[in-house]
Ligand binder design. Sequence first.
Ligand SMILES: Nc1ncnc2c1ncn2[C@@H]1O[C@H](COP(=O)(O)OP(=O)(O)OP(=O)(O)O)[C@@H](O)[C@H]1O
Length: 672
Amino acid sequence: MTDVFRLLTRSTTLKKRPLESVISAPVLPSTTKQANPAPNKKRKKSTTENAATSTAALPREIDFFGMSAHAGTAIAATNKSAHEEPALDDSDAESQSSDEEDGEAQGGAVLPPTPEEIKSTLRQHKLKFTFLNGLETPAVAEPPKKKKKKSSKIAEAEKAKKKKEKRPELLVPPLTDFADLRTKYKLSKRVYANILAQGYLTPTEVQMGALPVFMNRELELEGVEKDSPIDLITCAPTGSGKTLAYIVPVLNQLLAQKTTDKTKGVRAVILAPTKELVGQIVYETKKLAKGTGLKVSQMKKGSQPMSATAAAAGASSDSTSTEPVIKSDILVSTPLVLLHALESAPTLMTGIQHLVLDEADVLLDELFRTQTLGVWRQLRSTSPSLRASLWSATISSSTEQLAITELSLTAPPPSILRLIVGIKDTSLPTIKQTLTYTATEPGKLLALRQLFTSSLRPPILIFLQNIQRAQALYNEILYDLPTPGRIAVLHAELTDAQREDTMRRFRLGEIWVLITTDLLARGIDFHGVQMVVNYDIPTSVAAYIHRVGRTGRAGRQGGEAMTYYTKEDIGYVKGIATVIEKGTGGVQKWLLDVLPKTGKREKQRLKKRGVEARKVVKKEEDEKMDKKNRISTKSGWQRKVEERKRAAVEASKRRKKGEEEGDESGGEGGEE
Ligand SMILES: Nc1ncnc2c1ncn2[C@@H]1O[C@H](COP(=O)(O)OP(=O)(O)OP(=O)(O)O)[C@@H](O)[C@H]1O
């Protein structure tokens, strides 16, 4: 059982067994769903039901971590414990040249795949590349319709032909075997060994598509100008392994450059929206960079990064400043803290070569846009050839447009490729998703308590609209499980140490139910999450996709996502219902028919402010707050009695304090 619990951690060392017996290739989305449809053919709606694998070996009630269901996906099995920081030994850093020799030795004369073969592999794995250059100019308005109508069939055929001419299907040979990274792309031996040490046997689909482009940015492709560097916008499902897809090429390119101790400094920057995600990326990068000599750091408030170029030019941080200087090769940061550092000492971050935007759509969304663009533009001002890449499971067309515009400003202008894995903006088909109408706020509590007593399958993540509600739900259900301490809350108002501790305990399996806000909705990779409960409906379809994507990661089967909604939410549910129907099916047709469409304005308002009935209330407003939307089972009478008691205790404390102060002032010979 210990192993079962330990498997929850991102990385756990189990007893050593032969690698092949422990690890099996991840279940790739293409193995559970149909392959990409041929171009011009309408994508068919999936009819595949959730393959909620039977848990044959363990009785369901004790199979908390669904091990019987995904024993085959023992990806975590060879990893190390989450709290064990990998000991980086820089001493065994190897020279790139010996790596290259090794790569050549391994490589044999293999015939390159034919275009048909490439096409078929791309379709099989649902990979679609599109060339985006030229889209940075605003779209030309549609010409007025001609009076004389062409036959609609001819017009449609012409339209399709034009479209096809404009954006040809790009045939990028996918990487079907990690070994090709060594033989074809000269990946460092050390990094390659580190990939295998994670227990990864086959590249996931996003890795198949992105690695060849990213490892060889001068790839010769039809339609792409020769010698033009390639920048990539990637949209791939949650938990599909995007992190490795961007880290490995960055590591490889940094390793290919010679640096001395004097010129050591930041050469690549990775931006992510939350501290939790930043910490996770640092941890993942350290594992992949182990033994290479490359260093990675998390940008902290009050520290000052220094780039390799600045170090080589002999720049020194302000001698009067006591801020620690970061000279790591890769810096991972949230945008604001880095922007502040850049503004305070712009000369220390010159000549950065790589910028990665993880969760790019949120980084370029209203909340973070100014900060992200601030960092991006500042870095580009000293390094016009800065290569950037954007990654997320959801990318809206407006975000893509903004990204294209920014990418085009690099010199020389890059060829911009978009890679879409699977069907864009859908949730994973391997997650069983349900919508539950609870009518009222107390109905949600009832539903949750019923879930706890009937089909609890920890670890569970519960999402709420804001901190206040997350805390309120925590206070309400704190004692709902027989074993104390199994429920916790995590939000941005807690201290960094509290946040880190809760994350660690959840990963270790000490916490079973974690109540949170959208803080943990993106990027966070808890291996064994079995259930996601949207206690409050997500405020956008993208938020829904990311929240439910905390389960079913790396091809794991058996994940469940439940979304509760009340009568206040009815106007906002259609988008989510459609996503569920597209992904796994199971939403009744009548429901889809009766749910009203959410207008554009409504969507924007919802995204900005959430459901009005659940907005954050100030303490003094609390009493006036609509009682229906409070998370509590206490009656109004109980509440009043408690309130009076609290007021009496506070008044008595105040009185006592007043008396003591009076005594003190009297003792000091005060006049009154
Ligand atoms: N080739 C591989 N084979 C098996 N597992 C893999 C492979 N690559 C990555 N993983 C595992 O897949 C999980 C998800 O990876 P990652 O966090 O990079 O996903 P992601 O695509 O960034 O997800 P999100 O969109 O939610 O941020 C991780 O636990 C990682 O260890």
